[in-house]
Design a protein around this ligand. Structure first.
Ligand SMILES: NC(=O)c1ccc[n+]([C@@H]2O[C@H](COP(=O)([O-])OP(=O)(O)OC[C@H]3O[C@@H](n4cnc5c(N)ncnc54)[C@H](O)[C@@H]3O)[C@@H](O)[C@H]2O)c1
Ligand SMILES: [Zn+2]
Length: 368
């Protein structure tokens, strides 16, 4: 399956997302075609490098490509300037030039760090996304956002840098822990809510096929493909995040605050599940969403064992401060991307893509 991401700002930057089983075994051919370079830096994290590094390096070398593997320690807490600096230094020491390219082999953390290395190395060299988590396949590998976290917040330093191609080998999902699979489902459910009610219904139907022991590849392929189509359509309509792309933030205003106040102890997809449940409740509270929308979203999230309520020790004051990125400022509206119903968001060019809600109402919903 191939989904094209047409980019209008710079048409030659349009790229394909390839989704299939066994694609890592065809990597040399695919990379040579979509991202020709003299040398490749394969950036990966310690888990993924151990699982798939040997295969990837063998396939690239057998295909006559010059490649080196640069792993860094796995985990969100390593999505830092230090990791970015160390990887860039290793490439400089190995004398990668402007004619080199980066292959990002891993989940969203690898994609973001490796993408940022590629965005800044010699002011930007080409890169390829090789997503190995469901979250990375359906979400983070598409759209060209790269970057690292700082102690002041997530993704605060980064750059837009579009990949030359995204190659999603569904076979890699076989080794993904179940909680990570569910975390990826959270973003897939988000895609259904913002754009496609039938897709939400199909996720519900495919639940056992996807989450069961066999992880049905056909069901996974349907799911990844539809999510990718939705994300690609939104992103290509709004490359620099000025408008419609705000819809992709559904669940993320509260979700990011949950992540931040929780010391990032929760998976991103889990925090977003809580965020979607609460933002849907908010949408019903201000009569933007049809009644029952929140309950339907909660039901779907729970089917995938995702959390839908704030952690017991969450403090509303801290969440509000995190949403404002500011401990001192108080009062004034907060802005949310809200659904009208499953499959349709509230917002347009004329009236804005997000809705302003008073802090009092947000507090009320968070406190329930
Ligand atoms: N750039 C964007 O547009 C965008 C969008 C959404 C999320 N993100 C970022 O993505 C990150 C989350 O990504 P993630 O959920 O993929 O986390 P991750 O990259 O940390 O991967 C989760 C864990 O699974 C392991 N893993 C990866 N693939 C595996 C496989 N096939 N088998 C077994 N284990 C595997 C990893 O080593 C890691 O321990 C966050 O930092 C988030 O900010 C970015
Ligand atoms: Zn997200």
């Amino acid at each position: 399956m191939t989904v094209r991401v047409p980019l209008h700002l710079s048409r030659d930057a349009s790229y394909d997302i390839l989704i299939d089983r066994g694609l890592l075994h065809e990597l040399a051919r695919l990379v040579a075609r979509h991202c020709p370079a003299r040398r490749y830096a394969v950036i990966s994290d310690s888990h993924v490098a151990e699982l798939y590094g040997p295969t990837v390096m063998r396939v690239l070398k057998d295909g006559g490509l010059d490649a080196e593997l640069y792993p860094f320690a796995a985990g969100e807490w390593n999505k830092t300037r230090d990791a970015w600096g160390a990887l860039s230094d290793r490439m400089l020491e190995a004398q990668f030039g402007r004619d080199g390219a980066v292959l990002a082999l891993g989940g969203g953390v690898v994609g973001d760090v490796a993408g940022f290395v590629a965005a800044t190395y010699y002011r930007g060299i080409p890169f390829v996304q090789l997503p190995t988590t469901l979250l990375a396949m359906v979400d983070s590998s598409i759209g060209g956002k790269t970057g690292v976290d700082t102690s002041r917040g997530k993704n605060l330093l980064g750059a837009f840098h579009q990949p030359r191609v995204v190659i999603a080998d569904l076979d890699t999902l076989a080794t993904l822990p179940a909680v990570q699979l569910a975390a990826g489902m959270s973003e897939a459910i988000k895609h259904g809510v913002i754009a496609d009610a039938d897709y939400c219904a199909s996720l519900e139907r495919d639940r056992d096929a996807v989450m069961g022991k066999e992880r049905d590849p056909a069901a996974l392929e349907r799911l990844v493909t539809r999510s990718v189509e939705i994300k690609a359509a939104v992103v290509s309509a709004d490359e620099r995040e000025a408008g419609r792309r705000a819809f992709l933030n559904f669940g993320h205003t509260i979700g990011h605050a949950v992540e931040a106040t929780n010391g990032y102890a929760m998976l991103h997809g889990e925090a977003i599940a809580i965020g979607m449940a609460l933002e849907a409740a908010l949408a019903e509270r201000v009569a933007i969403a049809e009644r029952g929308t929140g309950a339907a979203i909660v039901h779907l999230l729970e089917r995938f064992d995702l959390p839908v309520a704030l952690p017991g020790d969450a403090r509303v004051d801290d969440l509000i401060a995190a949403m404002r990125h500011d401990k001192k400022r108080r009062g004034g509206d907060l802005h949310f991307a809200l659904p009208r119903r499953i499959g349709e968001m509230c917002g347009d060019m004329r009236n804005g893509w997000t809705t302003a809600i008073s802090e009092d109402i947000v507090r009320e919903v968070l406190g329930q």
